[in-house]
Design a protein. Sequence first.
Length: 136
Amino acid sequence: MKKVLVVLMTFVMVFAMTACGGSADTPASDTVMITVEIEIDYPDETGAADVEDVAVEVPEGSAVLDVLNAYAEANGCEIVMDENATPPYVIGIGGVEATDTAGWVYEVNDEMVMESADACVVNAGDEISWSFETWM
């Protein structure tokens, strides 16, 4: 699984370097950044400390998944994705991975969102909460 993740991340980085290189028409300094807050509520039995009210700066137009990835990159937190899922599905955050009866869900501003994390665009000041829920 880790080899697949490494290959996927390498592909994403190569794509980002070639696709986002910038141009004379759109300098990178023109990117409008917004700040949102993220919380991650780990299951008590893991012993992992919850993440509470951490400010994350992302480009305007970013989705919930972009915020999670920005947080993870800045804080050395591992995110595991299901590469076979469409839309993308977060399997693991910080070493806590989904099972047959539990998994990661998110809310924005204390409201359940029925969009995938890569499609839900955030606004400045939004609060994103990830929690590990059991459904059986």
